[in-house]
Design a binder for this molecule. Structure first.
Ligand SMILES: Nc1ncnc2c1ncn2[C@@H]1O[C@H](COP(=O)(O)OP(=O)(O)OP(=O)(O)O)[C@@H](O)[C@H]1O
Ligand SMILES: [Cu+]
Ligand SMILES: [Mg+2]
Length: 694
C-alpha cells in the first residue's frame, strides 16, 4: 500500500530514513481516512482541544437549561438566558458534533450505519427538536410548553468527545508502549576492526560511517551499507515491500532493517544511526494502530443493531403515542427520548478502555503484543509447541567434550576449526565453542563464504577446504559413518553434539551441555493443568531432546527436525482442528511461528524469529507465556462484560423510554434515564480499570 510506495520512493532518493519516519507518520493519518466507518480516528481531528472547548461552551448551557424538563438544584435562568443557551448550543453542535457528523456521513456513504450514525442521529434530533422547542416557546409563545433537549445535547457531545479522545489515546499509548519495548530488544551491531579482524559488539548509535559490521545469518542488517565480503540472500520486505529474497554479493547495497538470509556478510556502513532499526519500530507501531480487533468490530455491530432498533422503536413510539393522545408534542417527546437514550455512551468506552489497560499491563509484564488478534485467539489454544534450545533451555552451552577422529588433527584443532565457522554464527551452539577456544587461547583460522544451513549447521571455507559443522541427522542422511556408541553415550548425558566435516570426511565432534531454564518446569506443569498440551519441537538430536522433555514432563517430542518439518507439524496439528501456539527463538523457528495461530518469539532470539511472531517475550522468560494466556483470558472476559454493561443499559432503557410500561404507570422519567446512562458509563470504566493479569 501507500507505505510501501513511500519506502520505494525514499530508497531511490538515497535512504533518507529521517524523512521516511515522518512520512510514515503522515501516512498513518492519511490512511485512517480510508478506513471509513470502522476507524474513527481519521475524521476526528484534535479531540482533546475539541473536548475542552466544548466543556467551556457546555457549562453555561448546562446551568441555564433544564434536564429533560426537570430543574436541577444548580440551575438558573434569567430573561434572555434561553437565547444564550440556543446560541452556545448551536456553536457546540456544529463545532463539537462535527467529528460525529462527518463519521456518520462516511458510514452512510459506505451503507454501513453504526456508532457514528447513531450518535449523529441522537445529537441531530436533540438539536433540531430543541430549536423547534425554542421557536415554539419563545417566538410563537405556544400555550403548552415544548420541552427542549439542550442539556442533553451538551452532555451527549461532551461524553462522546471524551470517549473518543480516550479511545484515540488508548491506541496511541499502545503505540508508545510498543516503541518503548522495541527499544529493549537488541539493537547492537558487531563491528569488525579492519586491521586486526577483531570483532566487538557496539551500540548501534555509536557505529560510524565507513565502519565494517559483521551480519550473521538470520540477523537484521543494522545499517545501510555495501557488502565488502560474503554473499547471501536478503529479505527486504519490511523495508521495500518486495516479498522475495534478493541475492546479494560483494559491492551490492543493503538496506538497514532488512533481514539477512543464510550467509554471513561484512558490510561497510554508508548510512548511520538507528534509522533502519527505527523504521522497523515505526512499522510495528503503525501495524498495531491500523489493526482492528474482532471484538471492536463487535461493538460496531452492536451499535449498528442499536441504530435500527432505535429508529424502529422511536418511529413506532411516535405513531402509537400520537394515535393514543392525538398530541404531536407528546408523541415527538417520546420519539426524541428514545433516540437520545439509545445513544451508546457506555458502549463507546467499553472496548477502548479495556484495550488500553490490557496493552499497558502487557507492556509492564514484558509482553510485546504485535498483533492484538493474538489476545482473542489465546483462549482457544489447545497445543503449545515449543522449541528446545533457547526457549526451554538457556542456550548457554558449555563444552563438555571434544575429540578428533583423524590423525591429521589434534583435539584442539577440531575446536579451533569449529570456532572459525562459529564466529560467523548467531546460533546458541556457537557461544560454547567460542568460549572454550578463548579459554584455551587457541588461534582461530579465518573462514570465508560462510553460510548458515538452517536445521543442519554451518558451512564455510578455510584454505580452499570445505568445512562443515553438522548435526547427526545430516550424517544419517548423507550416510556418513560415525561412532554411534560414543554419540549415544554423550547425548544421553544431555549433550548436543556437533560433528566437524572437512571435505566430506567426518573428522571430529564437540559435545555441549545446556541448562534447562529454571521456570520451564512449573510452566509446563501449569500448561497441562490448564488442559493445554505441551509439545517439544527441536532440531537437536532425539536423545538430548528426550532427556530435557523427561525432566520437564513433556510427553510429545519431535526431534532432529528441519525448519520445514517444524512448520509441517504445526500445520498437521492445525489440520486436526487444534489451535496451535508456537514458541521459538531461532532462524529454524521462523516458518512455524508464522504458520501457527499464535507465534511467540523469545526476546533474546534472532531477528527473523521476532519479525515472524505475533507476541514477543521481551524478558525471554518462557513462563511469560502463562502471563500472556491469563492476560488474554481476562481481557476477553472484560470486553464481553463491558459490552453487556454498555448495551444492557440500552436494552432496558429504550423500551421504557418508548413507554411500553406506561399502562402500569411506569414511564421512564427522563431524569432517571439520564442517571442510568451515566451509571452504566461509570461501571464500564471501573470494570476496565480493574483488569488484572492473573
Ligand atoms: N552454528 C551451529 N554450530 C553447531 N551446530 C549447529 C549450528 N547450527 C546448527 N547446528 C546443528 O544443527 C542442529 C539443528 O539446529 P537447529 O538450529 O535447527 O536446532 P537447535 O537449535 O539445536 O534446536 P531447537 O530447534 O530446539 O532450537 C543442531 O542441534 C546442531 O547439531
Ligand atoms: Cu447516551
Ligand atoms: Mg532454538
Amino acid at each position: 500500500m501507500s507505505n510501501h510506495e513511500e519506502h520505494h520512493h525514499h530508497q531511490h532518493e538515497g535512504h533518507n530514513y529521517e524523512d521516511m519516519a515522518h512520512n510514515q507518520m503522515d501516512d498513518q493519518s492519511h490512511e485512517a481516512h480510508d478506513h471509513g466507518s470502522m476507524d474513527h480516528s481519521g475524521h476526528m481531528g484534535n479531540l482533546k482541544v475539541k473536548f475542552f472547548v466544548s466543556l467551556i461552551l457546555s457549562i453555561p448551557i448546562i446551568m441555564f437549561s433544564t434536564m429533560m424538563g426537570t430543574q436541577l438544584p444548580f440551575q438558573v435562568s434569567f430573561p434572555g438566558s434561553d437565547w444564550i443557551v440556543l446560541i452556545l448550543s448551536s456553536i457546540l453542535f456544529f463545532y463539537g458534533g462535527l467529528p460525529f457528523l462527518k463519521g456518520a456521513k462516511m458510514e452512510l456513504e459506505m451503507k454501513n450505519p453504526a456508532m457514528m450514525t447513531l450518535i449523529s442521529l441522537g445529537i441531530s434530533v436533540a438539536y433540531v427538536y430543541s430549536v423547534y422547542a425554542f421557536i415554539a416557546n419563545e417566538l410563537l409563545k405556544s400555550e403548552t410548553h415544548v420541552m427542549d433537549f439542550f442539556w442533553e445535547l451538551a452532555t451527549l457531545i461532551l461524553i462522546m468527545l471524551l470517549g473518543h479522545w480516550i479511545e484515540g489515546n488508548a491506541i496511541s499509548n499502545a503505540g508508545n508502549a510498543l516503541q518503548k519495548m522495541a527499544e529493549l530488544l537488541p539493537s547492537q551491531a558487531i563491528v569488525v576492526d579492519e586491521k586486526t579482524g577483531e570483532t566487538k559488539a557496539m551500540n548501534l548509535k555509536e557505529v560510524q560511517i565507513g565502519a565494517h559490521v559483521l551480519v550473521k545469518a538470520g540477523e537484521k542488517i543494522p545499517t545501510d551499507g555495501m557488502i565488502v565480503s560474503g554473499k547471501t540472500t536478503v529479505n527486504e520486505s519490511m523495508v521495500t515491500g518486495e516479498a522475495k529474497d534478493v541475492e546479494k554479493g560483494q559491492h551490492d547495497q543493503v538496506i538497514g532493517g532488512s533481514v539477512n538470509g543464510s550467509g554471513t556478510i561484512t558490510v561497510e556502513v554508508t548510512g548511520t544511526g538507528e534509522s533502519g532499526y527505527l523504521s522497523q519500530v515505526m512499522e510495528m507501531v503503525s501495524n498495531a494502530q491500523k489493526e482492528k480487533s474482532r471484538v471492536e468490530s463487535l461493538s460496531d455491530k452492536v451499535a449498528k443493531l442499536l441504530f435500527y432498533v432505535a429508529l424502529v422503536v422511536g418511529i413506532g413510539a411516535f405513531v402509537i403515542w400520537y394515535l393514543l393522545t392525538k398530541d404531536i408534542n407528546i408523541a415527538l417527546e417520546r420519539m426524541v427520548t428514545v433516540l437520545i437514550i439509545a445513544c451508546p455512551h457506555a458502549l463507546g468506552l467499553a472496548i477502548p478502555l479495556v484495550t488500553a489497560r490490557s496493552t499497558s499491563l502487557g507492556a509492564k509484564n514484558g509482553l510485546l503484543i504485535k498483533d492484538r488478534k493474538a489476545l482473542e485467539v489465546a483462549k482457544k489454544v489447545d497445543v503449545i509447541m515449543m522449541d528446545k534450545t533457547g526457549t526451554l533451555t538457556e542456550g548457554n552451552f558449555a563444552v563438555n567434550d571434544y575429540r578428533s577422529f583423524h590423525d591429521e588433527y589434534t583435539n584442539d584443532d577440531i575446536l579451533s576449526l569449529m570456532a572459525s565457522l562459529e564466529e560467523n554464527s548467531s546460533h546458541p551452539l556457537s557461544v560454547g565453542v567460542l568460549k572454550k577456544t578463548a579459554e584455551l587461547n587457541l588461534s582461530i583460522p579465518k573462514a570465508v563464504d560462510v553460510i548458515n544451513i538452517p536445521g543442519i549447521g554451518i558451512e564455510g571455507y578455510i584454505d580452499q577446504k570445505d568445512i562443515k559443522i553438522v548435526s547427526v541427522s545430516y550424517l544419517k542422511k548423507q550416510q556418513l559413518a560415525y561412532d554411534e556408541k560414543l554419540f549415544r553415550d554423550l547425548s544421553n548425558q544431555g549433550n548436543s553434539i556437533s560433528f566437524l566435516i572437512v571435505d566430506g570426511v567426518n573428522v571430529g565432534l564437540v559435545a555441549q551441555g545446556d541448562q534447562i531454564k529454571p521456570e520451564a518446569k512449573t510452566m509446563v506443569a501449569s500448561m497441562i493443568a490448564q488442559g493445554i498440551k505441551p509439545v517439544m519441537l527441536t532440531g537437536d538430536n532425539l536423545q538430548v531432546a528426550q532427556v530435557v522433555a523427561k525432566q520437564l514432563g513433556i510427553e510429545d517430542v519431535y526431534a532432529e527436525l528441519m525448519p520445514e518439518d517444524k512448520e509441517k507439524l504445526v500445520s498437521e496439528y492445525k489440520n486436526k482442528g487444534m489451535v496451535v501456539m508456537m514458541v521459538g527463538d531461532g532462524v529454524n523457528d521462523a516458518p512455524s511461528l508464522v504458520r501457527a495461530n499464535i507465534g511467540v518469539a523469545i526476546g533474546a532470539g534472532t531477528d527473523v524469529a521476532i519479525d515472524s511472531a505475533d507476541v514477543i517475550l521481551v524478558k525471554s522468560n518462557p513462563s511469560d507465556i502463562l502471563h500472556f494466556l491469563a492476560l488474554a483470558k481476562n481481557t476477553q472476559r472484560k470486553m464481553v462484560q463491558n459490552l453487556w454493561w454498555g448495551a444492557g443499559y440500552n436494552i432496558i432503557a429504550i423500551p421504557l423510554a418508548a413507554g411500553v410500561l406506561a399502562s402500569v404507570g411506569i414511564i421512564l422519567s427522563p431524569a432517571i434515564g439520564a442517571i442510568f446512562m451515566s451509571l452504566s458509563t461509570v461501571i464500564v470504566a471501573i470494570n476496565a480499570m480493574t483488569l488484572k493479569i492473573d
